[in-house]
Design a protein around this ligand. Structure first.
Ligand SMILES: NC(=O)c1ccc[n+]([C@@H]2O[C@H](COP(=O)([O-])OP(=O)(O)OC[C@H]3O[C@@H](n4cnc5c(N)ncnc54)[C@H](OP(=O)(O)O)[C@@H]3O)[C@@H](O)[C@H]2O)c1
Length: 262
């Protein structure tokens, strides 16, 4: 296989994708994209791989442009593209700053789409794209609203992309896991005064979910949902009305204020 371009390679799921691709899929070269250069350099050293490190804030236009410039100058033959960079914030609309709200959309949606768009001309036949959705993508989630909506966007975008890129021999897989043991939840906010789920544990093991997703992507699946609980949610979300599901989600919140109003 050729080159793997992974955003969000400095931590969690993106980092684990790099490890498993190195172990099992004979990637010749990695391109790592995130803000923390030291983490990505350490990963390249740990894996003993040839890596191009792009330290970029993908919430900013210049960060996305840095990836574009590297692609245009190197013209790499990309076998695997993984858009794992992303973040969420717990809280109601008035508990999250306008800046963070915009950044979620910029990173989870805009950067993901632009990087896919820019990388596609360089993807080889038989290549694979993995876009990070989430178990949160199947229904409206009050107090995790913008994050869940951004992942819903990713799911729809990827499912349509799947058909568009099929003719080039490229697959596109939306990866939709439940809560995974990474730095994600700490970044999403621990403030007790903010509306957030009371319980997020047990957390899924990052090695297990990434292994399952890579296997599904290599088989050309359109979507990979894990674990059994998220799969069950996915089915329920298809048959139950949004209102019931949103209320069920609110019932799991630690702040009751919105529940009473709901
Ligand atoms: N963990 C979960 O429960 C879970 C569940 C479903 C879906 N997901 C999704 O999985 C993906 C990976 O999350 P994770 O669980 O691995 O969380 P994580 O450990 O916090 O990793 C997030 C990654 O995104 C990168 N990132 C964040 N902001 C960025 C920015 N402005 N520019 C460039 N890169 C940025 C981070 O790198 P830097 O900080 O170095 O920039 C890091 O590499 C996300 O899209 C997340 O929404 C996570």
């Amino acid at each position: 296989m050729g080159i793997a371009l992974i955003t969000g390679a400095s931590s969690g799921i993106g980092r684990e994708f790099a490890k498993q691709l190195k172990e099992n899929y004979h990637i010749n070269e990695f391109w790592f994209v995130a803000r923390r250069r030291d983490r990505m350099e350490a990963l390249a050293a740990e894996l003993s791989v040839s890596a191009r490190i792009i330290s970029a804030d993908l919430c900013k236009d210049e960060g996305v442009m840095a990836v574009r410039e590297a692609l245009e100058s190197e013209k790499p033959e990309i076998s695997v593209l993984i858009n794992a960079a992303g973040f969420g914030r717990f809280g109601a609309h008035d508990q999250i700053s306008a800046e963070d709200t915009a950044r979620m959309i910029d990173l989870n949606c805009k950067a993901l789409v632009l990087i896919t768009h820019m990388a596609l001309p360089y993807m080889v036949k038989g290549g694979h794209i993995i876009e990070m959705g989430s178990g949160s993508c199947f229904t409206p989630l009050p107090n995790f609203n913008v994050y869940a909506a951004s992942k819903s966007f990713v799911l729809h975008y990827t499912k349509a992309l799947y058909y568009e890129v099929k003719k080039y021999g490229v697959s596109a897989t939306a990866f939709c896991p439940g809560w995974v043991h990474t730095e994600f939840l700490a970044a999403a906010g621990n403030d007790k005064n903010v509306n957030r789920p009371k319980k997020t544990k047990p957390l899924l093991n990052v090695q297990t979910v990434v292994k399952g997703c890579l296997s599904a992507a290599m088989k050309g699946k359109k979507m990979f949902v894990t674990n059994w609980f998220t799969k069950m949610q996915h089915v329920l979300f298809k048959i139950l009305p949004d209102g019931i599901l949103s209320r069920m989600w609110l019932g799991m919140q630690q702040n009751t204020e919105t529940k009473k109003d709901g």
